[in-house]
Design a binder for this molecule. Structure first.
Ligand code: ZN
Ligand code: FE
Length: 257
């Protein structure tokens, strides 16, 4: 048994905390202070830290927290990240606080980006940093669109009930774009209503699940007819109808807004 709690940081980051009877893990602590405050309030000690990629809003708190953790800082091998004790890469497995994690390489947003998947008692959880967001995906900063597409496809192959713990609350603005791309998608409309209710009450819209993202997230819906028709209207000169190309144009479309 374990609980997963968001600790808010900066404007829209979530630092995820997993608490089990065997210990506590934080994922992507961009800032140490809110984590320290939370731990003092709950009277807990962090055992391990997991890092998905090198961006400062995911790593900025590592050194500040590291002095007081009992275990290790686990993350990608990248000299831009200070404080990693245990480097992991695609295909690696490791067990901490009673959970066994699979490491998935998901380059695109950055070249070092990793995702962490764990499965226990039919509950599947994924920490994917800035790869998939609810209703969207990370910007392609360091990798190619093709790499990002492959990374998203890899995550789409996980079990449908996988709970997705991404690192940002971008859901509402993502859904506005999703609706522009698929104006008749009822699932998106209903989801926007849910998100509006949650945001009024200051309730995070994350975690999401792979199952619901497959219904609403345009970056996982590159094969859907309405999406492809909107894209044809917007970019009539593009003749390559491969999924990868549709993904690329979609990402560029959103970047252009
Ligand atoms: Zn990032
Ligand atoms: Fe980020």
């Amino acid at each position: 048994m374990y609980n997963i709690t968001p600790i808010s940081a900066f404007n829209d980051n979530y630092i995820w905390l997993i608490q089990s009877d065997k210990g506590n893990v934080v994922i992507d602590p961009g800032d140490a202070e809110p984590v320290i405050k939370f731990c003092e309030k709950e009277n807990i000690i962090i055992d391990h830290i997991i890092i998905t990629h090198h961006h400062y809003d995911h790593t900025g708190g590592v050194l500040g927290l590291k002095k007081n953790i009992r275990g290790q800082v686990i993350g990608p091998k990248n000299s831009n990240i200070a404080g990693i004790d245990k480097f992991v890469r695609d295909g690696d497995k490791f067990s901490i606080i009673g959970l066994s994690f699979d490491v998935l390489e998901v380059p695109g947003h950055t070249l070092d980006h990793l995702a962490f998947f764990a499965s226990s008692n039919k509950r599947n959880i994924l920490f994917c940093g800035d790869t998939i967001f609810s209703g969207g995906c990370g910007r392609v900063f360091e990798g190619t669109f093709s790499q990002m597409y492959d990374s998203i496809c890899k995550l789409m192959d996980l079990p449908k009930n996988t709970e997705i713990y991404c690192a940002h609350e971008y859901t509402y603005s993502n859904l506005k774009f999703a609706l522009e791309v698929e104006p008749n998608n009822e699932n998106i409309k209903n989801y926007i209503n849910d998100v509006e209710i949650k945001s009024k009450q200051n309730i995070p819209t994350i975690p999401t699940t792979l199952e619901s993202e497959l219904k609403i997230n345009p970056f996982l819906r590159f094969n859907k007819i309405e999406l492809r028709e909107s894209m044809q209207d917007k970019y009539p000169n593009i003749n390559d109808a491969s999924s990868e190309k549709v993904f690329e144009i979609l990402r560029q479309w959103k970047d252009s807004l």
